[in-house]
Design a protein around this ligand. Structure first.
Ligand code: NDP
Length: 233
């Protein structure tokens, strides 16, 4: 029985590396979604990997696209369960401050980073229910944590990821049979990570997958780092 995975934002960065590592094993089937499959050349190149790759079009800003992409996943699963859902796609209008942020940027960031993951998981629900694992990994950030105290930067992004944290907590309370968790990937060398990032994508993703595959129901609603430590809220 293959282990089945779904993720968003698989075109580059952490999402591409998650897909690459998962496809190293022939026992994994990966539904890797991205908003522009026609230009996702690095993702397309993974088709020759040992695991099974299905590339699915999903723009997490667009409910119609999310619904259509998730329907395609359910169709391909053909009544079998989806073991892991990873909500990874996100945007960050870096640098915006609490007293000067652009309201349109806040609305867009919440749409992408909170509403998108909420709808993705909602439309995939029938397949998650059929799995024996039922793991949902929502990729968050230390910028969502007051306890980590990263200062006044990235106000819209921080608000959105804090919203994602609460969504995950609510999911864990509503469905005690699911294992929804939050994952802090570290400061990773990607387009979003930018200058100064410390961690290679392969190191972050090795940690993320190590944590994700060891989760039990006792972990539901928790906020883990890629090293398996619990982040403060
Ligand atoms: P990147 O900016 O490198 O990649 C972002 C990915 O999200 C791309 O695949 C992009 O697709 C996709 N994406 C953006 N908007 C949409 C959309 N509307 N629909 C579908 N896909 C979309 O980011 P990272 O890989 O660094 O980040 C991945 C996750 O990790 C995010 O949730 C981020 O918040 C989180 N994170 C990252 C940190 C870091 O240091 N890098 C630190 C903490 C958290 P496209 O190619 O089409 O633009």
């Amino acid at each position: 029985m293959p282990v089945t995975w779904f993720l968003t934002g698989a075109s580059r960065g952490i999402g591409l590396e998650i897909t690459r590592q998962l496809l190293e094993s022939s026992s994994n089937t990966v539904f890797a979604s991205c908003r522009s499959p026609a230009t996702a050349f690095d993702l397309d190149a993974l088709k020759s990997s040992p695991g099974t790759l299905h590339i699915i079009q999903i723009d997490v800003m667009d409910e119609i696209s999310i619904k259509a992409g998730c329907s395609k996943v359910l169709e391909l699963l053909n009544g079998t369960g989806l073991d892991y859902v990873i909500n990874n796609a996100a945007i960050n209008h870096a640098g915006d401050l609490a007293f000067s942020f652009d309201p349109a940027a806040l609305a867009e960031t919440i749409q992408c980073n909170v509403t998108g993951p909420a709808l993705v998981t909602r439309f995939l629900l029938p397949s998650i229910e059929k799995s024996s694992r039922k793991v949902i990994v929502n990729i968050s950030s230390p910028l969502a944590s007051i306890g980590r105290d990263l200062g006044p930067i990235s106000t819209s992004y921080s608000i959105s990821k804090t919203g994602l944290n609460m969504l995950t907590y609510k999911q864990s309370r509503e469905r005690p049979d699911f294992i929804p968790i939050l994952m802090d990937p570290g400061w990773v060398k990607t387009d979003m990570g930018g200058e100064g990032a410390k961690i290679e994508p392969h190191v972050s993703v090795t940690g993320i997958l190590n944590v994700a595959t060891k989760l039990t129901s006792a972990d539901a609603g928790k906020f883990y780092t890629y090293l398996g430590k619990v982040n403060p809220w």
